[in-house]
Design a protein around this ligand. Sequence first.
Ligand code: ZN
Length: 244
Amino acid sequence: MRDTAERPGTVPWVAMYHSVGDRTCDPYRITVTPERLERQLLWLRARGLRGVSVAELLAARARGADHGLVGLTFDDGYADFVTDALPLLRRHACTATLYVLPGRLGGDNTWDSPGPRKPLLTADGIRRAAAEGMEIGSHGLTHVDLTAADDLTLKAETVESRAALADLLGRDVDGFCYPYGRVDARVVAAVRAAGYRHACAIDPGPLTGPLALPRVHIGERDTAVRLLLKRRLHRLRRRPVVGV
Ligand SMILES: [Zn+2]
């Protein structure tokens, strides 16, 4: 049966992932196994849905052609995106947005401390994901809480990360993702001034619009029943996003 939820005036449904791989030690619950991700992608496809990047989702909405599309996002730019997520996305004809940290290329998730270190993509890894049709967005330079950052840091994290990614990819970068999902009106203004056209939060509170898109955390425990519930709750709890 076709899903009829994706129509203009509703909230775009955007799923949030981080790492895909081994989750024997995962205190921040940021990892799903490749097996679970594949079952979730199969669940989408069985319902007539297809995962796409945020750019593709919003472009389709603007044309009124987003029926059956859901956004897929992967935060932080873990190296396992290329090895574990990309083959599954390709197999199931999905794309996604990968939010990376150009100030930490080839580094690790030192901000999640204490906890297991996970390697981040190098410049080559990011280019490979882009070459496979994934959208690359900025997650800032170094993963700082922008709502607590001074003006200079806020500007550097937004403007310089966009410039660095444009250099790395040879194209403009339209998407941003707020580290820790933390966002307020000042941070939205900085992201707009830096030239981004859309930005993902987690729960943006009173903020709305293309620079404060809500997302739903999808984890290892999200089986078919829970995915269905989350999708329904998202529709009920979120106000329509105007201007998207
Ligand atoms: Zn992050």
